[in-house]
Design a protein. Structure first.
Length: 197
């Protein structure tokens, strides 16, 4: 199953809250970030490094102007899909279309650098066609979220800013309880570059 599962990394958002706090043209995906392995790397590289080796197929969606993000994605074995839209729905649709024959999709956010690889493995383990597997930390839903093959058409049909959350109402949602605060930790401000979870 995992060999034909596709990891979808969403990295096309504008990060306006981060830019507002950090000033000017700073891209949060490239901000230096101290990982849970105590090594400093750009945020998006921390995300890519956290993907377990079992996720062989990887598609990263980003905007054409992010040449450094594109180079990092390619270095980590990702197929890159370029998109001129910051909308999460548009990004998901484009990424899933790029690996439409997959047996399922793991949706990973490019600004969540502190998720443990073991947590990702727990989310994808046992994914079936009709299932959505979502990590839960202290009662709150987090990321990444795994979608079974039955959701391909619905994911490809998403548009604009609308993400995949509405699909939870029609799928078999399996909550994966984890002791990993990283599944809730996104980098929306410069202060969030330091993990204290």
């Amino acid at each position: 199953m995992s060999e034909s599962l596709c990891a979808v990394i969403l990295a096309a958002g504008q990060g306006s809250r981060y830019r507002q706090a950090a000033g000017g043209g700073q891209d949060k995906l490239l901000a230096p970030c101290l990982g849970r392995d105590a090594v400093v790397r750009p945020v998006v590289e921390q995300v890519l490094r956290s993907l377990p080796e079992l996720l062989v197929r990887r598609v990263l969606v980003t905007t054409p102007d992010r040449t450094e993000v594109i180079a990092l994605a390619e270095a980590y074995g990702c197929q890159v899909v370029l998109l001129d839209s910051p909308g999460m729905g548009d990004s998901l649709a484009a990424a899933v279309a790029a690996c439409a024959d997959a047996s399922g999709w793991l949706v990973v956010l490019g600004d969540m650098p502190f998720i443990l690889p073991s947590s990702i493995e727990s989310v994808v383990r046992g994914l079936s066609e009709q299932m959505i597997r979502v990590p839960v930390y202290k009662g709150a839903y987090g990321h990444p979220v795994a979608f079974g093959a039955a959701f391909g058409q619905a994911l490809r049909g998403l548009t604009g800013d609308r993400g995949a959350r509405p699909l939870f109402a029609v799928g078999q949602v399996v909550e994966v309880e984890l002791a990993d605060a990283g599944v809730l930790w996104d980098v929306d401000t410069p202060q969030a570059l330091v993990f204290t979870g």
